[in-house]
Design a protein around this ligand. Structure first.
Ligand code: SF4
Ligand code: SF4
Length: 337
């Protein structure tokens, strides 16, 4: 049986399978299915798991499934906490849910702006709790995740992190320069959204496109069945063939002017709508099969797609020419507001 090849995760020195297990879709499986997924990953050399406090039951399912197998995996989770106290609490909750006394990598989850970064790095910020947890042996390394490539570029030369996690796929290639800069600092590169949140329907080509590049350490497609583990682990590092290139051209034609890259250039909206988050939740609803989780997160926003007044200021700022007001109408239809 083919096993996934390993790469070094930057200065952590950890050797990770170049394909890892993304933990978002675990939320729509069962404990029993998660146990089988973990066993299949072990068989095939997938040894990297990425989950989050925010993924409801995902940490707990993994925690249970990893009993007796914990040492075979590099366990990575994250929290949206921004303050010292909130992060301290979340680290304990993660340790408890994951049923372990040690998490290999703990990440600041989705830091989008320099203001948010200043908050987490302040004397009473979340980073202090991560440093304490590292010093006491509860976590091994500290990482950061973001959908905002520009923001990560602004901190990459001075940040203290061992890993970064960012979207990268055939239709979102903006992070390539960031990756080169990360490698110069020996920061491990974790690629999220390798299938553009499910928008790319050929997983094999999507993963080939990513792992043919030496500047990434691990790509983490979400997997919710053993068949997905089997399929994804078969992908090997090789050049794209003509058929693959044709597929990429086709998918770029289809998605280029329709897929939101979450760059945030369209903001601020005068109505206060968090436009990229609307499209992220739409994707979770539509393509991840996580309707109630997406609805729940959508409900927590301060303003909704239905408040759009069609001023089109955002359209002028979107570098990809997305017809945002029309797309928001669809978001309103699916979430009801
Ligand atoms: S068109 Fe709608 S979403 Fe865009 S800026 Fe105007 S109100 Fe906001
Ligand atoms: S709508 Fe356009 S500008 Fe706004 S986040 Fe998405 S891709 Fe970026």
């Amino acid at each position: 049986m083919k096993r996934v090849n390993k790469r070094k995760l930057g200065k952590t020195g950890l050797m990770v399978g170049e394909i890892g297990l993304g933990g978002i879709p675990i939320q729509r499986t069962t404990q029993e299915e998660t146990n089988k997924i973990i066993d299949e990953c072990m068989e095939r050399g997938i040894n990297f798991i990425d989950t989050a406090r925010a993924y409801t039951c995902s940490e707990a399912y993994f925690g249970h499934a990893l009993q007796g197998k914990r040492e075979a995996f590099i366990l990575c989770t994250k929290s949206m906490a921004r303050s010292y106290e909130a992060m301290k609490k979340d680290i304990e909750l993660s340790l408890s849910a994951l049923q372990t006394d040690y998490i290999d990598i703990y990440q600041l989850h989705n830091v989008k702006t320099e203001q948010e970064y200043a908050e987490v790095m302040s004397p009473n910020g979340a980073y202090k709790a991560l440093l304490e947890a590292k010093a006491s042996g509860k976590i091994g390394y500290i990482g950061i995740t973001s959908h905002n490539v520009d923001f990560l570029e602004s901190i990459i030369d001075v940040c203290p992190f061992h890993t970064i996690q960012v979207p990268y796929n055939v239709i979102e290639t903006k992070a390539e320069n960031l990756f080169k800069r990360a490698i110069r600092k020996d920061i491990g590169v974790i690629v999220m959204k390798p299938l553009a949140g499910g928008a790319i329907d050929n997983g094999e080509v999507a993963l080939k496109f990513i792992i043919k590049n030496d500047f990434i350490s691990v790509a983490i497609p979400g997997m919710a069945s053993i068949n997905e583990v089997k399929e994804n682990s078969k992908v090997v590092k090789e050049e794209l063939n003509e058929e693959d290139k044709e597929y990429i051209k086709k998918i770029r034609r289809i998605l280029d002017n329709d897929f939101c890259r979450r760059c945030g250039y369209c903001l601020p909206c005068p109505q206060g709508i968090d436009i990229p988050s609307c499209f992220v939740y739409e994707g979770y609803f539509d393509r991840y099969g996580l309707a109630s989780w997406a609805q729940d997160r959508y409900e927590k926003m301060n303003h909704f797609a239905g408040e759009c007044i069609n001023c089109r200021r955002c359209v002028a700022k979107c570098p990809y020419g997305l017809d945002i007001p029309t797309k928001l109408k669809r978001v309103k239809r699916i979430f009801g507001k």
